[in-house]
Design a protein around this ligand. Sequence first.
Ligand code: SF4
Length: 105
Amino acid sequence: MSEMQSRRRFIRLTVAGASALPLAGLVGTAHAQAKVDPNSPQAKGLQYVVDATKAPGRKDPKHFCDNCALYTAKGPNEGACSAFAGGLVAAKGWCAAWAPMPAKK
Ligand code: SF4
């Protein structure tokens, strides 16, 4: 391999590696999201449960995490909740901070 070919190869690998770094950061963030422990003090304080049908404080049977304004789906069964700093909650869970979706305009 000539010096010129070697230099080109080095530049290509450097550019490819640098462009992959932000993706690696995103993947790392996704893995960093932990499930909210229903027994944690914060979850207890907000009465969070993974099964909304078993929440004594829930007044409306239509309220679930997956139709709460603070929920961002991450899959069919769980999503990130901003009330828990992005921690993962059950799609069919519930807590006392449930908030309606903004009205569509
Ligand atoms: S704030 Fe909404 S999404 Fe978060 S745990 Fe409570 S009901 Fe579920």
